[in-house]
Design a protein around this ligand. Sequence first.
Ligand code: AMP
Length: 282
Amino acid sequence: MKIISDPKKMFLYSSSLRKRGYKIGFVPTMGALHEGHTSLIRIAKKYCDKVIVSIFVNPIQFGPKEDYKRYPRNIKKDIQILKKEKVDVLFYPTVKQMFSKDFSTFVEVDGKFCLSKKLCGISRPGHFRGVATIVLKLFNIVFPDIAVFGQKDYQQQLIIKKMVKDLNLNVKIITGSIVREKDGLAKSSRNSYLSKEQRLQAPILYQSLLLAKKMVIDGEKDASKIIAKAKKFILQNSSFKIDYFSIVNPKTLENIKKVNRPVLIAVAAYLGKTRLIDNLVV
Ligand code: AMP
């Protein structure tokens, strides 16, 4: 596996692959890799000749009180995982290489439906601006034919798809489904923050989504009743502090009152200092 840290070298190498007729698949990550990430790599492999993975903990998508500094970093183990997955190139730039001191251009995906200001965007202002900006930069450096994102970050993949459409980017976005632990907890690099006791409580989040899904399938149409029951379930069975539990239109993220078409049920909650998210499309 080739490891490249210089963005210019990455661009030149990627261009040379394209010139040789290879189709390039790209999986952007922040590292601390797990089976959620490798599932996306396998999707990229299926559609492409060469797979490039980036590892970059992007400072501009973290708020001032968030976990940028303590975000798990384990490059040695990550390299082992990527080699095992037969990834062709790891793009591993430093913050200095990606952001010059006078960096001043940002991408905002907002508009009519305010996609970046709903759900996670409410408690994480500026987060999706940071995400869209880094993803556009990575796309310009790697120049992939296909990029794979996870449904785990549903709002993120929706915003990226919107950016690609609005800015006429020549890349196809594929969304991979959520990979879970045996007990249902969505795999996440942040799960490593959890204490033993918190880890035991963490699957409650997924269970609350399943409870909501069952209510929908059983015919409950009133979103507020479903939300109230799911929230009560979380609070009675764990020490989670709920950020949001929402039932929204999967395309616009607008709140839905009557459930009579496909919906996204999404939850974000804090277990101690750790913020976990999960979702289901029903
Ligand atoms: P991250 O390293 O957390 O920024 O995630 C990199 C990519 O992996 C994003 O597209 C995430 O949505 C995706 N991802 C993270 N966790 C999972 C999971 N449990 N299942 C599927 N994809 C995931």
